[in-house]
Design a protein around this ligand. Sequence first.
Ligand code: FEO
Length: 179
Amino acid sequence: MNEKIRNALNGQINAELYSSYLYLSMASYFKRLSYDGFARWMEVQALEELTHAMKFFNFVNERGGKVDLKAIEGPQTSWDSPLRAFEAVYDHEVKVTGLIYDLVNIATEEKDHATSNFLQWFITEQVEEETSADNIVQKLKLVGSEGGGLYMLDQELAQRVFTPLPGTTILAGAGTGGA
Ligand code: FEO
């Protein structure tokens, strides 16, 4: 892979790891407030982001590229309310979608069809990520500061489980159950 593509993919490894950091920080924020369900959702989200980082990591390695792991910025540690935290998730995912689109544009310019093809999965994934964050934002707006509603929503989000992506592993070559 050429240097421009390699640098861009390495930048995305960092962005995905930062996303994982951000959602772990939000998990801690929710745990401090005893919203264990919201915290659970964030922990699963953090694991998914780690999976995303590993997809890029594995792709760069498989194509013979050098991975450069850069410093990961420390994320914010508290938010004004659950609504503000989930609005921040939505905003962050919109930003990540922009990063993925930038990568697709670079791959197209460089006529790197393998990278373009690899990125298609992320285009679809970002639609889901934005939709699920927005869905929770809308529910939080509906319940407002009403304790019963927040409790119910916390219970609902506690059900989230981490499902390893088919064909995607944290460990390269470890099979689909390796995450
Ligand atoms: Fe890896 Fe939430 O985008």
